[in-house]
Write a protein that binds this ligand. Structure first.
Ligand SMILES: O=C(O)CCC(=O)C(=O)O
Ligand SMILES: [Fe+2]
Length: 208
């Protein structure tokens, strides 16, 4: 299976021109936005994750089922806390996307959470779903790549019948969005350091 071409041409991340990606997302439930981040912002976020001392082995499952499972995933992660200008800018951009998703699809999204992820050579994340049904709090997944990976580390997406849809080699600044409960996916073993920000648009019941 060879890598597919990006689905859309580069787009400015301004909220004034949302139409093309929203139409693609509506049709396919996923969309790839190459060069979504400016080179500047991408570079600063990359430096921040490279300097992070707090990256810890990622866990799987929630609550009592939560466990480290190095046979399933090997990345190290750290939640963005908005403590730098670059992180604030990133979260602002993604919150603009949240508003657009709500306005166009009435998703009722209530928040966005995201973490830096570092896959070192040999690291991978086996096939999984980010949410187990449409009622789960994680509704839409975002992955934004902070560096080019030339050797391994592709994101592979499957449809609901587990037919492979695409292999996406990480490219600095590109963003992918997909419905969290719909697309099984995996990260193939990387042979280079691979840095990204993975995030989830959530719909949580809010007590009014
Ligand atoms: O980094 C990627 O391409 C995907 C990561 C992922 O699937 C996850 O963190 O749930
Ligand atoms: Fe995932």
């Amino acid at each position: 299976m060879h890598a597919v071409e990006p689905l859309l041409q580069p787009q400015p991340s301004s909220p004034e021109q949302p139409a093309a990606w929203l139409a693609a997302f509506e049709r396919d439930g996923l969309v790839v936005l190459p060069e979504y981040l400016t080179a500047d912002l991408c570079h600063t976020l990359l430096q921040e994750v490279q300097q992070q001392a707090e990256l810890t082995p990622a866990a799987i499952g929630r609550g009592q089922q939560r466990q480290h499972a190095s046979d399933i995933r090997r990345d190290k992660t750290c939640w963005l806390d908005g403590s730098t200008v670059a992180q604030q800018r990133y979260m602002l951009e993604l919150n603009t996307i949240l508003s657009q998703l709500n306005r166009h699809f009435f998703l009722g999204l209530t928040g966005y959470e995201c973490h830096f992820a570092h896959y070192q050579p040999g690291d991978f994340y086996r096939t999984h779903l980010d949410a187990f049904n449409r009622q789960a709090s994680r509704q839409v997944t975002s992955v934004c790549y902070l560096n080019d990976v030339q050797d391994g580390g592709e994101l592979v997406l499957y449809d609901e019948q587990h037919t492979e849809l695409m292999q996406l080699p990480p490219r600095a600044g590109s963003l992918i969005l997909f419905e969290s409960s719909r697309f099984p996916h995996q990260v193939l073993p990387t042979r280079q350091d691979r840095f990204s920000i993975a995030g989830w648009f959530r719909r949580d019941d809010v007590l009014l």
